[in-house]
Write a new protein. Structure first.
Length: 105
């Protein structure tokens, strides 16, 4: 897959994660929805100012666009954490518990 397509797919994924339609995001960043569509399907690279505007609208850092690992849902993260915790020895589990307890209380 080309870098254009990977970047476009990542922008689309992050847009959907923030619950924006193409039309909503295009309006926020002041481009035509068809231009955003062309970026998302990998037909065009966004200019740097457009990429910066997308990042600002999605409240992310620019480098996030180039981390092509999929965004995981909250439920997936919780399940992966539960699985990892169940495998920890007691002393590490105690450490994790104290860390989490600090942040929730």
């Amino acid at each position: 897959m080309t870098n254009k397509k990977l970047l476009g797919r990542r922008i689309k994924e992050l847009r959907k994660y923030r619950h924006y339609t193409q039309e909503q995001l295009a309006e926020i960043i002041n481009i035509e929805p068809c231009s955003l569509s062309a970026i998302e399907i990998g037909r065009h690279f966004p200019s740097l100012p457009t990429l910066e505007n997308i990042a600002k609208a999605l409240n992310i850092e620019l480098k996030t666009f180039f981390d092509f690992a999929p965004v995981k849902s909250r439920e997936t993260k919780i399940e992966e954490i539960k699985k990892a915790i169940s495998l920890l020895p007691d002393e590490k589990l105690d450490f994790i518990y104290k860390y989490i307890d600090f942040y929730i209380n």
